[in-house]
Design a protein around this ligand. Sequence first.
Ligand code: NI
Length: 170
Amino acid sequence: MSILTILEFPDDRLRKKAVDVKTVDDKTKKLITDMLETMYQAKGVGLAATQVNIQQRIIVIDISEEKNAPICLINPEIISKDGKKESEEGCLSVPGFYEKVNRCEHIRIKALDRDGRLFELEAQDLLAVCIQHEIDHLNGKLFVDYLSTLKRQRIKTKLQKIQRMEKNST
Ligand code: NI
């Protein structure tokens, strides 16, 4: 297993659109294992391959308290959605910032699991929000895109300052 580097806003590579996984092979499984490890180490509840600079439609999520219920979604697609819910979101690529975002309350998705089998999943509340947030990543979209230009700019400036400081200290 290895810990992967998580790209941080405003890195342009977070804007790349991921492509469908054609075959779920050992390489895909290794990547999923590494993504889970990376997400747990960073204390996140979700991670999209885009965030580790891999443009494949793969997402890992674990919203459980005990961190023992990993969900892996390959080529996820929302097949139905309804309701509206506003909740506070954060992102491993936008560390330290939490803002309210509107999402659909219920969604139904289809995806492949880590063995390449097609399945459907119904999700609501935190899980639904999390899946929508991660699918956005695969499309090059970040939760800060839902905020006002002013708020987004402020987050960008602060993060760039931190990134410069980190660069200078290494
Ligand atoms: Ni995120």
